[in-house]
Design a protein around this ligand. Structure first.
Ligand SMILES: Nc1nc2c(ncn2[C@@H]2O[C@H](COP(=O)(O)OP(=O)(O)O)[C@@H](O)[C@H]2O)c(=O)[nH]1
Ligand SMILES: [Mg+2]
Length: 221
Protein backbone atom coordinates (compact mmCIF):
# COMPACT_ATOMS: atom_id res chain seq x y z
CA UNK A 1 0.00 0.00 0.00
CA UNK A 2 1.51 3.33 -1.09
CA UNK A 3 1.48 5.96 1.66
CA UNK A 4 1.32 9.64 0.83
CA UNK A 5 -0.60 12.55 -0.46
CA UNK A 6 -2.98 11.38 -3.27
CA UNK A 7 -2.11 14.47 -5.27
CA UNK A 8 1.62 13.66 -5.10
CA UNK A 9 0.91 10.09 -6.22
CA UNK A 10 -1.16 11.28 -9.18
CA UNK A 11 1.53 13.77 -10.25
CA UNK A 12 4.30 11.19 -9.84
CA UNK A 13 2.51 8.53 -11.86
CA UNK A 14 1.69 11.05 -14.61
CA UNK A 15 5.35 12.03 -14.80
CA UNK A 16 6.33 8.33 -15.00
CA UNK A 17 3.79 7.72 -17.74
CA UNK A 18 5.03 10.76 -19.65
CA UNK A 19 8.65 9.54 -19.60
CA UNK A 20 7.65 5.98 -20.48
CA UNK A 21 5.81 7.30 -23.53
CA UNK A 22 8.86 9.30 -24.64
CA UNK A 23 11.15 6.30 -24.18
CA UNK A 24 8.87 4.15 -26.33
CA UNK A 25 8.42 6.66 -29.12
CA UNK A 26 9.84 6.23 -32.63
CA UNK A 27 11.47 9.62 -32.37
CA UNK A 28 13.38 8.60 -29.28
CA UNK A 29 14.62 5.42 -30.96
CA UNK A 30 15.59 7.38 -34.05
CA UNK A 31 17.67 9.84 -32.02
CA UNK A 32 19.16 7.14 -29.79
CA UNK A 33 20.48 5.42 -32.92
CA UNK A 34 21.60 8.51 -34.80
CA UNK A 35 22.49 11.13 -32.20
CA UNK A 36 26.09 9.97 -31.60
CA UNK A 37 26.80 10.34 -35.31
CA UNK A 38 24.35 13.07 -36.10
CA UNK A 39 26.67 15.07 -38.29
CA UNK A 40 29.10 12.37 -39.33
CA UNK A 41 29.10 9.47 -41.75
CA UNK A 42 31.25 6.36 -41.72
CA UNK A 43 32.59 5.23 -45.07
CA UNK A 44 34.19 1.82 -45.15
CA UNK A 45 36.90 1.82 -47.81
CA UNK A 46 37.13 -1.80 -48.83
CA UNK A 47 38.86 -3.87 -51.50
CA UNK A 48 41.78 -6.14 -52.23
CA UNK A 49 45.35 -5.30 -51.15
CA UNK A 50 47.35 -2.72 -53.13
CA UNK A 51 44.39 -1.46 -55.20
CA UNK A 52 44.87 2.05 -53.79
CA UNK A 53 42.51 2.33 -50.79
CA UNK A 54 44.96 4.19 -48.55
CA UNK A 55 46.13 6.34 -51.45
CA UNK A 56 42.55 7.38 -52.26
CA UNK A 57 41.85 8.30 -48.63
CA UNK A 58 45.09 10.31 -48.41
CA UNK A 59 44.34 11.99 -51.75
CA UNK A 60 40.85 12.93 -50.53
CA UNK A 61 41.99 14.27 -47.17
CA UNK A 62 45.30 15.86 -48.05
CA UNK A 63 45.10 16.28 -51.82
CA UNK A 64 48.47 14.61 -52.28
CA UNK A 65 49.63 11.24 -53.57
CA UNK A 66 51.01 8.80 -51.05
CA UNK A 67 54.21 7.59 -52.73
CA UNK A 68 55.44 5.29 -49.97
CA UNK A 69 53.73 1.94 -49.89
CA UNK A 70 52.51 1.58 -46.36
CA UNK A 71 50.31 -1.44 -45.57
CA UNK A 72 47.57 -0.15 -43.35
CA UNK A 73 47.09 -1.41 -39.83
CA UNK A 74 43.99 0.49 -38.81
CA UNK A 75 43.47 4.01 -39.94
CA UNK A 76 40.54 6.14 -39.04
CA UNK A 77 40.69 9.26 -41.11
CA UNK A 78 38.32 12.19 -41.02
CA UNK A 79 37.51 15.11 -43.25
CA UNK A 80 35.19 18.02 -42.58
CA UNK A 81 32.92 18.96 -45.45
CA UNK A 82 29.95 21.26 -45.95
CA UNK A 83 26.92 20.10 -47.82
CA UNK A 84 23.68 21.99 -48.29
CA UNK A 85 24.64 24.46 -45.54
CA UNK A 86 25.46 21.65 -43.11
CA UNK A 87 28.84 21.02 -41.48
CA UNK A 88 29.55 17.32 -41.76
CA UNK A 89 32.34 14.96 -40.83
CA UNK A 90 33.31 12.10 -43.13
CA UNK A 91 35.05 9.24 -41.29
CA UNK A 92 36.87 6.79 -43.53
CA UNK A 93 37.74 3.36 -42.28
CA UNK A 94 40.58 2.13 -44.44
CA UNK A 95 40.27 -1.61 -44.36
CA UNK A 96 43.15 -4.02 -44.70
CA UNK A 97 41.97 -7.48 -45.73
CA UNK A 98 43.97 -9.32 -43.10
CA UNK A 99 41.57 -8.84 -40.23
CA UNK A 100 39.40 -11.59 -38.79
CA UNK A 101 35.73 -12.04 -39.61
CA UNK A 102 34.48 -10.46 -36.35
CA UNK A 103 36.46 -7.32 -37.03
CA UNK A 104 35.22 -7.20 -40.62
CA UNK A 105 31.64 -7.63 -39.39
CA UNK A 106 31.99 -4.72 -36.98
CA UNK A 107 33.28 -2.46 -39.75
CA UNK A 108 30.28 -3.35 -41.90
CA UNK A 109 27.84 -2.85 -39.01
CA UNK A 110 29.18 0.65 -38.35
CA UNK A 111 29.37 1.70 -42.00
CA UNK A 112 26.86 4.09 -43.58
CA UNK A 113 28.29 3.36 -47.02
CA UNK A 114 30.98 1.21 -48.60
CA UNK A 115 33.50 2.49 -51.10
CA UNK A 116 34.72 -0.61 -52.89
CA UNK A 117 38.02 0.05 -54.64
CA UNK A 118 39.49 -2.12 -57.35
CA UNK A 119 42.43 -1.62 -59.66
CA UNK A 120 41.92 -1.18 -63.40
CA UNK A 121 45.32 -2.75 -64.02
CA UNK A 122 44.86 -5.74 -61.73
CA UNK A 123 42.41 -8.26 -63.16
CA UNK A 124 40.14 -9.99 -60.72
CA UNK A 125 40.29 -7.31 -58.01
CA UNK A 126 36.70 -6.22 -58.65
CA UNK A 127 35.36 -9.78 -58.47
CA UNK A 128 37.38 -10.66 -55.36
CA UNK A 129 36.58 -7.42 -53.54
CA UNK A 130 32.88 -7.43 -54.39
CA UNK A 131 32.47 -11.11 -53.47
CA UNK A 132 33.87 -10.45 -49.97
CA UNK A 133 31.75 -7.35 -49.62
CA UNK A 134 28.50 -9.10 -50.63
CA UNK A 135 29.22 -11.95 -48.21
CA UNK A 136 28.82 -9.39 -45.42
CA UNK A 137 25.33 -8.67 -46.73
CA UNK A 138 25.61 -4.91 -46.23
CA UNK A 139 22.34 -2.97 -46.07
CA UNK A 140 24.15 0.19 -47.05
CA UNK A 141 24.91 1.73 -50.44
CA UNK A 142 28.01 0.46 -52.24
CA UNK A 143 29.99 2.84 -54.44
CA UNK A 144 32.69 1.49 -56.73
CA UNK A 145 35.97 3.18 -57.68
CA UNK A 146 37.93 1.78 -60.61
CA UNK A 147 41.29 3.09 -59.44
CA UNK A 148 44.66 3.69 -61.15
CA UNK A 149 42.98 5.09 -64.26
CA UNK A 150 46.18 7.03 -64.92
CA UNK A 151 47.81 3.72 -65.85
CA UNK A 152 45.34 2.20 -68.30
CA UNK A 153 45.56 4.86 -71.04
CA UNK A 154 41.81 5.28 -70.72
CA UNK A 155 41.42 2.06 -72.68
CA UNK A 156 39.79 -0.30 -70.24
CA UNK A 157 36.06 -0.41 -70.71
CA UNK A 158 34.16 -0.55 -67.48
CA UNK A 159 30.86 -1.56 -69.11
CA UNK A 160 31.50 -5.26 -68.37
CA UNK A 161 32.55 -4.47 -64.80
CA UNK A 162 29.43 -2.39 -64.33
CA UNK A 163 27.24 -5.22 -65.59
CA UNK A 164 29.01 -7.68 -63.30
CA UNK A 165 28.60 -5.38 -60.27
CA UNK A 166 24.92 -4.66 -60.96
CA UNK A 167 24.21 -8.37 -61.36
CA UNK A 168 26.05 -9.20 -58.13
CA UNK A 169 24.19 -6.86 -55.78
CA UNK A 170 21.36 -4.38 -55.98
CA UNK A 171 23.14 -2.09 -53.51
CA UNK A 172 25.60 -0.76 -56.09
CA UNK A 173 24.92 2.96 -56.52
CA UNK A 174 25.02 4.42 -60.00
CA UNK A 175 27.94 4.00 -62.30
CA UNK A 176 31.46 2.88 -61.47
CA UNK A 177 33.76 5.90 -61.25
CA UNK A 178 37.24 5.82 -62.79
CA UNK A 179 39.61 7.33 -60.21
CA UNK A 180 43.29 7.98 -59.77
CA UNK A 181 44.84 8.73 -56.41
CA UNK A 182 47.97 9.73 -58.32
CA UNK A 183 46.40 12.44 -60.50
CA UNK A 184 43.50 13.09 -58.10
CA UNK A 185 41.03 12.25 -60.89
CA UNK A 186 37.46 11.98 -59.56
CA UNK A 187 38.59 11.48 -55.96
CA UNK A 188 36.61 14.37 -54.51
CA UNK A 189 33.69 13.49 -56.82
CA UNK A 190 33.25 9.93 -55.59
CA UNK A 191 33.39 10.88 -51.90
CA UNK A 192 30.93 13.73 -52.57
CA UNK A 193 28.51 11.27 -54.16
CA UNK A 194 28.69 9.16 -51.02
CA UNK A 195 28.10 12.12 -48.69
CA UNK A 196 25.13 13.34 -50.69
CA UNK A 197 23.52 9.89 -50.87
CA UNK A 198 23.89 9.13 -47.14
CA UNK A 199 22.62 12.50 -45.99
CA UNK A 200 19.70 12.52 -48.42
CA UNK A 201 18.59 9.18 -46.96
CA UNK A 202 18.87 10.52 -43.42
CA UNK A 203 16.97 13.70 -44.24
CA UNK A 204 14.16 11.60 -45.65
CA UNK A 205 13.72 9.83 -42.32
CA UNK A 206 12.96 12.86 -40.26
CA UNK A 207 12.53 16.55 -40.82
CA UNK A 208 13.47 17.28 -37.24
CA UNK A 209 16.81 15.63 -37.92
CA UNK A 210 17.58 18.24 -40.57
CA UNK A 211 16.59 21.04 -38.17
CA UNK A 212 18.98 19.69 -35.50
CA UNK A 213 21.77 19.42 -38.07
CA UNK A 214 21.18 22.94 -39.34
CA UNK A 215 21.29 24.36 -35.84
CA UNK A 216 24.48 22.39 -35.08
CA UNK A 217 26.03 23.74 -38.27
CA UNK A 218 25.03 27.30 -37.36
CA UNK A 219 26.61 26.92 -33.90
CA UNK A 220 29.87 25.64 -35.37
CA UNK A 221 30.28 28.53 -37.83
N1 LIG B 1 49.68 4.87 -60.66
C1 LIG B 1 48.92 4.78 -59.58
N2 LIG B 1 49.36 4.12 -58.49
C2 LIG B 1 48.56 4.05 -57.41
C3 LIG B 1 47.28 4.65 -57.38
N3 LIG B 1 46.73 4.42 -56.18
C4 LIG B 1 47.63 3.72 -55.48
N4 LIG B 1 48.75 3.49 -56.21
C5 LIG B 1 49.94 2.75 -55.81
O1 LIG B 1 49.52 1.40 -55.58
C6 LIG B 1 50.20 0.86 -54.44
C7 LIG B 1 49.20 0.43 -53.39
O2 LIG B 1 48.49 1.56 -52.89
P1 LIG B 1 47.81 1.56 -51.46
O3 LIG B 1 47.07 2.85 -51.35
O4 LIG B 1 48.80 1.28 -50.39
O5 LIG B 1 46.82 0.33 -51.60
P2 LIG B 1 45.87 -0.38 -50.50
O6 LIG B 1 46.58 -1.61 -50.05
O7 LIG B 1 44.63 -0.72 -51.23
O8 LIG B 1 45.65 0.60 -49.38
C8 LIG B 1 51.14 1.96 -53.97
O9 LIG B 1 52.41 1.74 -54.55
C9 LIG B 1 50.53 3.23 -54.49
O10 LIG B 1 51.50 4.23 -54.70
C10 LIG B 1 46.83 5.33 -58.56
O11 LIG B 1 45.73 5.87 -58.65
N5 LIG B 1 47.69 5.35 -59.63
MG1 LIG C 1 46.14 0.37 -47.32
Amino acid sequence: MIQGNPLEIIILSSVCRFFRRILNSDLWHFFKKNLPKINSINVLVSGEGAVGKTSLVVAYIEGRFNYDYDPTIEDRNCKRVTHDGLNLMVNMEDYNGEYDAAYFERLYREADAVLLVYSLIDNGTLEAGLTKCVLMNPHVPIFIAANKCDMDDGNTTIAESQKYADNTTKNVQGSIVRTSAKTNANVEQIFNRIVIKVFRERMKVNDLYKKVLLSLSAQNK
